[in-house]
Design a protein around this ligand. Sequence first.
Ligand code: UD1
Length: 430
Amino acid sequence: MDRIRIVGGNELAGTIPISGAKNAALPLMIASLLTDDTLTLENVPHLADVEQLIRILGNHGVDYSVNGRREKQQEGYSRTINFSARNIVDTTAPYELVSKMRASFWVIGPLLARMGEAKVSLPGGCAIGTRPVDLFLEGLQVLGAELDVDTGYVVAKTKNGRLVGNRYVFPKVSVGATHVLMMAASLAKGETVLENAAREPEIVNLAECLNAMGAKIHGAGTPTITIQGVEALSGARVRVIPDRIETGTYAMAVAMTGGDVVLEGARPDLLQSALDIIVETGAEITPTNEGIRVKRNGAGISPVDVTTAPFPAFPTDLQAQFMGLMTMANGKSRITETIFENRFMHVQELARLGAHITLSGQTAIVDGVAKLKGAPVMATDLRASVSLVIAGLAAEGETTVNRVYHLDRGFERLEEKLSGCGAVIERISG
Ligand code: UD1
């Protein structure tokens, strides 16, 4: 199994290109199931999760082709991909595929809306909490779906071949359930109003995509989304937004190691609350024509308290990385996780590098130390793994991060991007 070896201590300086957002690319790819026409997506990141979803969609009959000349679309870089679901050949998403990636459960929305039926495996356990699917099921029922849970599968059918628009108030904000209900309602009969909907930029990107395909969606990015159902959707060409989590991750890396880096292609409006917090820690952040410039010279890292919450607040997907940064702050900070229970698996691993962290329920109290020391570490999820990379870059000596497949799920060319800015970081195969 591959490992990442880091020799810490260098400041970061240079330019890091920001890739297309994984969490936007996945729902846009799934939206290709809604039409028999071709959906062309630009800026799709080259990641293990994207490859896995291509396989899952292929099982339903989605063909794909990579656009453009090879020189321009080098292996390992974001690409333009055509997805074409001319014929849906299978409305079942089997356990073997869904259990590998939770987001693949989302195919239930478009399959049901277009085909009038879907049989999708429940996603099963997940390292960062129980993550139930009750909101998806309740919402689809409100749109007229008949549901049954049988031997680990959700079996869904529409009553007269088509979902029917309705009003649904999410009891809790859910990104995935908002994506699914927006897709399902696009082809429903009549109007759907989703209240207390997720407002994440990825929701806005999906709404833009669906509207480009002929849907009639208003209010995405606000808590109330209104969807006028249409009979059919067509193809479109849509660009995946830049990855705000990758942006925040590298910004925190620079805030921790010191240095001066331009995050090329990043959009500050996608993560303003996180950028404000990074500024409070002592880094300078300047929006530029190319993206965002992050700088920290000399000054120490100030401790800042953070609580995760749905967009536009501080994202849970940056919580682990921020904890990495706070391990070297001049004092105590409190980090509270409100989205997922059990999303503190990085705490024990950061402690292996010399961090002082105590847990009290959903809050981690981080007592900053003057220096960290490299060590072998491993993590059990994507964002936790990258928090260890950040800490390793700032630690003295050598850190090896095991289970790199977590990083490959969500960070395009991580070692290359960081070593291009002066970090000593390499992948060791085998
Ligand atoms: C998405 C992101 C993930 C991010 C999360 C929160 C993708 C591929 N993943 O995950 O990176 O961390 O948003 O910003 O975009 N919940 C229920 N019942 C449901 C659905 C969700 O109780 O039916 C709960 C979850 O367990 C969790 C909370 O709601 O506690 C938020 O989850 P949700 O927003 O749905 O996260 P995902 O869409 O899975």
